[in-house]
Write a protein that binds this ligand. Structure first.
Ligand SMILES: *Cc1c(COP(=O)(O)O)cnc(C)c1O
Length: 806
């Protein structure tokens, strides 16, 4: 047990503040105090956070181009179970712990769900005593900070590393490795076998920065290792340059410095869109090569037989961004360990497992052959050889050229990263039941038919410690008062809450907690935006990246519909509603940015229209991220999960809301299907096209948005609003959105689902009127959310993938 007394803590804190800042508590800002506190906690955990590399247990390495870890202070105190002591110790010194919790920077080293999933997985691996470490990039600038100016999204750089340091990290210069770019590779005769020799490359130093990942109440600490790209010699100077390309002048030296540092400069703000950039490929290889070299270095220290590699090491790739793990591991096994091709491929295939995150064609990574050849010549040779051998196998097995084209890694001068991931790994999983079925039957059906045993499902999950215990303390305490503590380690226990579903006293308490959380959010919104919202209104929330497939547009068109109904009949009896949005759009995604402008303009108009008597309000919260999600989710009544069926692989926001007692308003897409299975149809509101219908339309056509527009008055009314001046200041944006719906036949079936969505929304209104019944629905949602803990997900990864057969 990590143990510390209040007195010991105060002494540590006091001496630390002098050693870091050379001044007293009174002169310190909250930011400084938070840094001091983090540093004290790092000292407290130091002896538990040993490099556990010499352990004989199998280790898991989770590679991800994004980690959206959120603030760490509160979650670390919770997991160490020392929150009380620290809080009281600080109080003695006149410091409020909550102020320090809020003073911490929230590192935005990810775009959305994929990065947040990686963070939840780290939390669960540590909490389940699995040696599982993350590898990522220490971007100097994370996802941009979003500001609204005149309703438009404006992107500001996210300078989270102010003063070049992050309070939870520790630099490990002794573990730095060199990553090589460019140059030429020759195969030379060496002791009777061909050896690859790499000349004229540009060396980049990968400097590791470690962040402790603390397990819940188990003294188990893993590491998230983020690499920063640097010049080879940190004492930057002309004489120290190794790179042929840059030797010579001071100017050349500066170019070299720029070349290296650019690699970890900024996170790509694209979410589910393929960033076709040379720099992105550099980032991907930088992550992969740093991580694989680091693993190999440890492995060599352990002196295990290289042929036993898959017995000791599991490498997981989160989507295809780290797919180059496959040829990079091959490269080291072939060129450095001197193994045969067959041995190396066998080891690689038995070490690597892959998660697919999307079926959207534009998000499938492909790299031009020429780019790969020039930037990573040796890696390209290896990919080419894997492809050659695989195509031989296919030719032998099938007599179908089309099929072979679809399955090969290299086709039309592009390298298909999903295909490489499948071919070079032993396990491929989707992230929700429906998604995995679509992979097997549609998108990856050739591979599934070829090797069905490789495919499996792992429905996503969320760290219930952050997304319930820590962000909704009142609810967490209420649960513990009634069913005890065990649920914190075993969320299946939450089911016991169902015993209280007829208990009016309990239901009332649940309702009071929600009202309290809603009041807090109302105060926050009043302070930040000067908008007054009513805690008695339904909080109807859609927070997630802005993307056409997520259909924020459907939501805002329904708001316009309600608004028209109210204008026509000011006495219309509806429960007051507050529509809350939070969403960033990729800076180059024009349609998404138009939708942001539309929502802001609709909000402006509606919030200032006295004639509707405050019955509806619209709030678009700026700069959505983990910390805001933690504020908003506990106060939500209605969780909007309205993506076009088939498009949202899983979703995890949906799970966070459910666990906090919101009612899901959803299409049968992604993990919504499994939420539906858990709570039953009386405790969720479902609408819209089913996946099979969408797949049918996509294959055989038969949908005309124009016909719907012409035949349905309600649809025509709101679509016309986009272009007839009804909403001020959106003439350009309104036209772009109108065209996407009408001219381009509404790719995401917004209008097709509109009528159905209105009905579902009206059902919500009816249900909410019976407060007790609503509260009971909330209870059933919470009670059945246990399966969506990422502890369950990670146990499944461990059992079926990483430790299978162990
Ligand atoms: C959970 C989460 C997401 C994912 O939300 P979806 O609704 O599943 O897309 C995105 N961003 C943040 C900050 C999150 O916490």
């Amino acid at each position: 047990m990590v143990r510390i007394t209040k007195q010991e803590f105060k002494e540590m804190f006091n001496s630390k503040i002098y050693s870091i800042y050379a001044h007293s508590i009174n002169e310190a800002t909250n930011e400084q105090l938070q840094i001091v506190l983090s540093s004290v906690i790092k000292d407290i955990i130091a002896k538990y956070w040993v490099d556990n590399r010499l352990s004989t247990n199998k280790e898991v390495y989770y590679f991800s181009i994004e980690f959206l870890i959120g603030r760490q202070l509160k979650s670390n105190l919770l997991n160490l179970q020392i929150e009380e002591v620290i809080k009281e110790g600080l109080e003695d010194m006149g410091i409020d712990l909550d102020d320090l919790i809020c003073a911490e920077k929230d590192p935005a080293l990810g775009n959305g769900g994929l990065g947040r999933l990686a963070a939840c997985f780290l939390d669960s691996m540590a909490s389940l005593n699995i040696s599982g470490h993350g590898y990522g990039i220490r971007y100097k600038y994370g996802l941009f900070e979003q500001k609204f100016i005149n309703g438009y999204q404006v992107e500001v750089p996210d300078n989270w590393l102010l003063h070049e340091q992050y309070s939870w990290e520790s630099i490990r210069p002794n573990k730095a490795v060199v990553v090589k770019f460019g140059g030429e590779v020759y195969l030379e005769e060496d002791n009777g076998r061909l050896k690859a020799k790499h000349h004229g490359y540009i060396p980049v130093m990968a400097m590791p920065y470690d962040i402790p990942i603390i397990g819940y109440d188990n003294d188990f600490i893993n590491t998230l290792r983020l690499f920063k790209a640097e010049i080879l010699n940190r004492d930057f100077g002309i004489n120290t340059l190794y790179a042929n390309t840059f030797t010579g002048s001071y100017e050349q030296a500066l170019k070299y410095k720029y070349y290296t540092e650019e690699i970890s400069q900024v996170l790509y703000p694209n979410d589910s869109n393929h960033a076709g950039k040379l720099l992105r490929l550099k980032q991907e290889y930088f992550l992969v090569s740093s991580g694989i070299q680091d693993i190999i270095n440890k492995y060599r220290k352990n002196k295990f037989d290289i042929l036993d590699f898959p017995k000791h090491i599991a490498i997981h790739i989160n989507d295809t961004h780290p797919t180059l793990c496959i040829p990079e591991l091959m490269r080291i096994l072939l060129d450095e360990e001197g193994l045969s091709w067959e041995e190396a491929f066998d080891i690689t295939k038995n070490t690597i497992s892959y998660t697919n995150h999307t079926i959207m064609a534009e998000a499938m990574e492909k790299w031009p052959v020429d780019m790969m050849k020039e930037l990573l010549p040796r890696i390209y040779m290896i990919i080419e050889e894997i492809n050659k051998r695989y195509v031989e196998y296919l030719n032998h097995k099938y007599n179908d050229n089309e099929k072979i084209r679809r399955m090969s890694i290299i086709c039309d001068n592009n390298i298909n990263m999903a295909n490489l991931s499948i071919i070079g790994s032993y396990s491929v999983n989707g992230v929700a039941k429906l998604h995995t079925e679509i992979l097997k039957k549609e998108v990856l059906s050739d591979f599934y038919e070829d090797d069905p045993g490789k495919f499996n499902n792992k429905t996503n999950g969320i760290a219930h410690r952050r997304w319930l215990i820590s962000c909704n303390e009142d609810l967490s305490n209420l649960i513990t008062e009634h069913i005890g503590n065990i649920w914190k380690k075993d969320t299946e226990e939450l089911k016991r809450l169902e015993d209280y579903k007829e208990n009016r006293n309990f239901l009332k308490k649940l309702e009071c907690i929600k009202i309290k959380n809603k009041t807090k959010l109302a105060n926050f919104i009043a302070e930040e935006y000067g908008i007054c919202i009513n805690p008695e209104s339904i909080y109807d929330v859609q927070i997630k990246r802005l993307h056409a497939y997520k259909r924020q547009l459907l939501n805002v068109l329904h708001i316009l519909h309600l608004y028209h109904e109210l204008l026509e009949n000011p006495e219309l009896d509806i429960v007051p509603r507050t529509f809350i949005f939070g969403a960033k759009a990729a800076p180059g995604y024009h349609l998404a940015k138009c939708i942001i402008k539309l929502i802001n303009s609709v909000a402006e108009k509606i919030n200032n229209d006295k004639s509707i008597n405050n019955k509806i309000k619209v709030v678009f919260i700026e700069n959505y991220g983990v910390s805001l999600a933690e504020k908003i989710i506990p106060s939500t009544d209605v969780s909007e999960q309205i993506s076009t069926a088939t498009k949202e692989a899983s979703g995890t926001g949906n799970m966070k809301f459910m666990m906090n007692g919101a009612i899901t308003l959803a299409t049968l897409d992604g993990a919504n299907v499994e939420i539906y299975d858990q709570v039953g149809e009386e405790n969720i509101v479902i609408f819209g096209l089913k996946a099979s219908q969408v797949l049918n339309y996509n294959k055989y056509g038969g949908y005309s948005s124009l016909d719907l527009y012409n035949s349905n008055f309600k649809i025509k009314r709101v679509v016309d609003d986009l272009v007839n001046g009804f909403i001020p200041n959106i003439s350009k944006e309104g036209r772009v959105i109108y065209d996407s719906l009408i001219t381009y036949n509404d790719e995401y079936f917004v209008l097709r689902d509109f009528e159905n969505y209105i009905e579902a929304q009206s059902k919500i209104d009816t249900l909410y009127r019976d407060k007790e019944k609503w509260s009971k629905m909330c209870l059933i949602n919470i009670a059945n959310s246990g399966i969506f803990s990422s502890d369950r997900t990670i146990s499944e990864y461990a059992k079926d993938i990483w430790f299978r057969g162990c």
